[in-house]
Design a protein around this ligand. Structure first.
Ligand SMILES: [Zn+2]
Ligand SMILES: [Zn+2]
Length: 248
């Protein structure tokens, strides 16, 4: 009885608190700054302007193909690529602004918005994938200390909740500091991340995994992680990235 009473008071207080908060600081769309009814959502016009899902690509290596296919001329027979890649967005328009703000400008609160937007496009595919464990692409400790959060780990946490699967952050470590990939050539990216990861066999061996990252460009980082997870005995490695770049 007393517990019920306290619960009601708490509910009223929460309601009052959030409406007061909304009155003082009205929620707004992170892209155009117009006010919204609910915090951390996009307004309808911005939602409509989000980029489409990439149309045709190889479902293993993410490379351009004339139609969606499992294995293309570039990746067939190679162990360097995931069993499946999933991208809800092309790296374009509004999603770039959200991802750049999220990763480089301390807007970690946009994580659940990115996860919700991704989930709305890929819920069925990710549920069919049925991964046993969800892993983020890890940051090196030094980079983690300067950025203060791992953008992939926050996304992985949100997806783990939606899939109701465990989030595992000790299955894969980055053991070598690497240069930022953005200014490197395709081969330079592969060399830069080669041997950068170490997987824990006791965690990943025999398991089917979903590896989560924010952006997929050449796929060099993801490939290095996949190779190491396979070496440690992973049964299947699927990859989820919020956006895929348009080139290559
Ligand atoms: Zn907007
Ligand atoms: Zn391919």
């Amino acid at each position: 009885m007393i517990e019920n009473g306290l619960e009601s008071i708490r509910t009223v207080a929460n309601k009052f608190g959030s409406s007061l908060l909304d009155f003082l600081f009205p929620p707004y769309c992170p892209l155009c700054k117009s006010t919204t009814k609910v915090a951390d959502t996009l307004c309808s016009p911005c939602l409509d302007l989000l980029p489409s899902q990439p149309q045709a690509y190889c479902l293993n290596c993410g490379g351009n193909t004339s139609q969606a296919e499992l294995g293309c001329g570039r990746c067939l027979g190679s162990i360097d690529y995931p069993d499946r890649v999933y991208f809800p967005f092309t790296y374009d328009a509004g999603i770039v602004k959200l991802l750049v703000g999220y990763k480089f400008h301390d807007r970690s609160e946009w994580c659940s918005l990115l996860a919700r937007l991704s989930w709305s496009r890929l819920e069925r595919e990710l549920c069919w994938e049925e991964p046993e464990l969800i892993l983020p692409v890890p940051l090196h400790n030094r980079r983690f200390l300067s950025r203060r959060y791992n953008q992939s780990a926050l996304l992985a946490k949100e997806l783990a909740k939606k899939l109701d699967r465990p989030l595992v952050t000790n299955g894969l470590k980055r053991i070598r500091m690497t240069k930022p990939q953005t200014k490197l050539s395709s081969q330079g990216r592969r060399d830069n991340v080669k041997g950068a990861f170490l997987a824990d066999e006791s965690v990943v061996s025999g398991r089917s995994l979903l590896l989560v990252d924010d952006v997929y460009t050449t796929g060099a980082t993801v490939s290095a992680a996949v190779v190491e997870l396979r070496r440690a005995g992973a049964k299947r490695v699927a990859v989820f990235c919020v956006a895929r770049t348009l080139q290559d």
